[in-house]
Design a protein around this ligand. Sequence first.
Ligand SMILES: NC(=O)c1ccc[n+]([C@@H]2O[C@H](COP(=O)([O-])OP(=O)(O)OC[C@H]3O[C@@H](n4cnc5c(N)ncnc54)[C@H](OP(=O)(O)O)[C@@H]3O)[C@@H](O)[C@H]2O)c1
Length: 295
Amino acid sequence: VAATIIDGAAQAARARAEVAAEVAEFLDMTGRPPGLATVLVGDDPGSAVYVAGKQRDCREVGIDPYDHRLPADATQEQVASLLARLNGEETIDGILLQLPLPAGLDSGVLTPMIDPDKDVDGLTPVSAGRLAQGLPGLRPCTPVGVIELLDAYEVELTGASAVVIGRSNLVGKPLAALLLERNATVTMAHSRTRELAALAARADVLVAAVGRPRLVGREWVKPGAAVIDVGITRGEDGLVGDVDFEAVAEVAGAVTPVPGGVGPMTRACLLRNTLRAARARSEIRISDGASGGRA
Ligand SMILES: NC(=O)c1ccc[n+]([C@@H]2O[C@H](COP(=O)([O-])OP(=O)(O)OC[C@H]3O[C@@H](n4cnc5c(N)ncnc54)[C@H](OP(=O)(O)O)[C@@H]3O)[C@@H](O)[C@H]2O)c1
């Protein structure tokens, strides 16, 4: 193995420790902990596991978790009214609507109802617009986690050729925007891209966010490139990434494993986003107070 294995679990542990210390400071200054509300509709076992993990992560760093559940047959109006209530709740800084939603509910309608200042998943159109224009705002957790990993391993981004495979609103698009912000030359690839392997093989930084097990083989990777595997597919023997790890590790300069790469960083970044939202909201209140208090 030539490549440096990027240790997402270790990096995430450092990030969580940092957040825990800053949460304690926030509590000291404001007299309350940051709060994160998760909203789980239905009983998809995979989603339930994710939500339970997020609740546990919160408790570990001192963030107050609020666990909201609705039955699978909840109406769009019921979910909307819960979101509206959470938007108005003082103690709640972050709202996470767990996706996918059961059939009959439209995430395209419900997600935008989340107050952008509490949008810790960075998925509302307002957050996406803020990112696109380089304005302050909450960024999606997985892309932020990817950038943090690249930074932690001192991967040069300025002027680098970056190829992102996958163009979802959750991962590919916001990651491309973050890489561009960091002065990489970004190419976005997707299911219609021609000669993808050859394109990928020109990248200094290659990110796969597809969901196709071991799509990225050795010949897709430029020697010395940094390869980030976002993909997660549940296989017979556990989680499988989009990258053929053993083969790619022989040519890449650095590569993330699955599990233990991007996944733990995504979780840590959700905690950081919640703290960030809490700070921004408390500053809004402080400045409101100073100006005589807007309603
Ligand atoms: N590690 C984490 O924390 C984390 C977080 C989020 C997601 N994930 C994982 O990351 C993967 C992607 O998630 P997502 O939500 O972005 O998925 P998604 O919405 O399904 O998007 C997949 C993207 O891959 C593209 N694609 C599909 N087949 C392709 C092919 N053969 N060649 C090139 N591109 C292809 C699609 O292209 P079109 O647009 O042309 O259809 C689409 O843009 C999934 O495995 C998911 O489980 C992991």
